[in-house]
Design a protein around this ligand. Structure first.
Ligand code: NAP
Length: 299
C-alpha cells in the first residue's frame, strides 16, 4: 500500500522535531507554519511548503496540527483558510496540541459534517521525547481512523493508546499535567530545601532519583537547572495554559484538586512576572524568591 501523504502545521519545539521524524520514516511531508522561517530546516530535508492550512489539506491524506492553545487550533482547522476549507473526503486530522476537551469535540463534529475524521492526540515526553520519537500519545476519537494513521503516529511516538471517544485524549493529557505540574513544584521545593538546609542538591538528587521519588522530572530537569539552563523544553506559559484546562474541567465536573490549584497559581505567577517563556522547571524561581535562596549553578 502506498504511504500516506502527511501534512504538518505548527513547527515549534514539539512540531518541528515530530515532523522531522515523520520525514525520517519515509513519508512525503508538506508543512505550514505561521512563522515561515521555522520550516527552512525541514524544507532542506525534502519537505514541501504549503501557502496556507487550506492548501496543505488539499495536498495530503493526513494533517497533523501542533500549535499552542484551543483558539489557535480552532482557527487553523475551522477558520478562514483553515484545514476545513481544503478538506476532502477521507482526510484525517490529528491534533497533537494540548487543548480543552470541548475544543476537540467541536472540531470532531464540524469535520465529521464534511466527511473528515479527526483525532485528538496530545503527547507527553517533552522536547527530548519529540526528538527521539519516544513520545506517549493519548488518542480520542474513532478507532478506525486511528488504525489508518497508526504508521504516522508510530513515527512520532512509542506508546500509543486509544483512550476513548473524541476529547478523551485531551482528558488523559490534562490528567497527565496534574502529575507533571506536581513534579515540577516538588522538584523546585526539594532542591531549595536541600541546599538551604545544608546538603549539596547535586548529591541529594543522585541519592534519591532511583528511590521512591523516582520520576521523569528528576531524570531530566535537575541537570539542566544545575547548569543554569532555564530555557524550554516546555514553556511555563504552556504549563499555565494546561493547568487552566485542568481547573476548568474540574469545575465543570465538580472535582476538587487542591494540590493542582497551588501549582496553577505558581505558574500563573511566573507568567505575570514575565517568565512565561522560561521552562516549566524554572518554577524554582518562585520558590527561590519565597525562600530567599538561589539555586547554585554547578559546572
Ligand atoms: P512552541 O514551541 O511555543 O510552538 C508553538 C507553535 O504554535 C509554533 O509553531 C507557533 O507558530 C504555533 N502557533 C501558536 N499560535 C498560533 C496561531 N494562532 N496560528 C498559527 N500558529 C500558531 O510550543 P510547543 O512546545 O511546540 O507546544 C506545542 C503544543 O504541544 C502545545 O499545545 C503544548 O502544550 C504541547 N506540548 C508541549 C510539550 C513540550 O515539552 N514542549 C510537551 C507536550 C505537549 P510560530 O512559530 O509562528 O510562533
Amino acid at each position: 500500500m502506498a504511504k500516506l501523504k502527511v501534512g504538518y502545521i505548527g513547527l515549534g519545539v514539539m512540531g518541528k522535531a515530530m515532523a522531522r521524524n515523520i520525514l525520517r520514516s519515509g513519508f512525503s511531508l508538506t508543512v505550514w507554519n505561521r512563522t515561515a522561517a521555522k520550516a527552512d530546516e525541514l524544507l532542506e530535508f525534502g519537505a514541501k511548503w504549503a501557502e496556507s492550512p487550506a492548501e496543505l489539506a488539499k495536498a495530503v491524506d493526513v494533517v497533523c496540527v501542533n500549535v499552542s492553545d484551543t483558539s489557535d487550533v480552532l482557527d487553523i482547522v475551522l477558520g478562514e483558510n483553515g484545514v476545513i476549507v481544503g478538506a476532502h473526503e477521507g482526510l484525517i486530522v490529528i491534533d497533537h496540541s494540548t487543548i480543552k476537551p470541548a475544543g476537540s469535540r467541536e472540531i470532531y463534529e464540524r469535520l465529521k459534517e464534511v466527511g473528515v475524521w479527526s483525532l485528538d492526540a496530545p503527547v507527553s515526553g517533552g522536547d527530548i521525547g519529540a526528538q527521539q520519537g519516544t513520545l506517549t500519545i493519548m488518542v480520542g476519537g474513532d478507532f478506525d481512523a486511528l488504525e489508518k494513521v497508526m504508521p504516522v503516529l508510530e513515527a512520532e511516538g512509542k506508546k500509543i493508546t486509544h483512550v476513548g471517544a473524541p476529547g478523551a485524549g485531551q482528558i488523559a493529557k490534562a490528567a497527565n499535567q496534574i502529575m507533571v505540574a506536581a513534579q515540577m513544584v516538588a522538584e523546585a521545593e526539594l532542591l531549595i530545601f536541600a541546599q538551604k538546609a545544608g546538603a549539596d542538591p547535586v548529591k541529594v538528587i543522585e541519592a534519591i532519583k532511583s528511590g521512591a521519588a523516582q520520576c521523569w522530572t528528576l531524570d531530566v530537569k535537575p541537570s539542566r537547572l544545575f547548569a543554569g539552563n532555564r530555557k524550554p523544553g516546555f514553556k511555563a506559559s504552556l504549563q499555565a495554559k494546561d493547568l487552566a484546562i485542568v481547573m476548568e474541567t474540574a469545575r465543570e465536573y465538580l472535582i476538587s484538586l487542591p494540590g493542582t490549584a497551588v501549582a496553577a497559581q505558581l505558574f500563573n505567577g511566573m507568567v505575570a512576572l514575565g517568565e512565561g517563556d522560561l521552562d516549566n522547571s524554572a518554577v524554582i524561581g518562585m520558590i527561590e524568591r519565597l525562600s530567599n535562596e538561589t539555586l547554585e549553578t554547578k559546572a
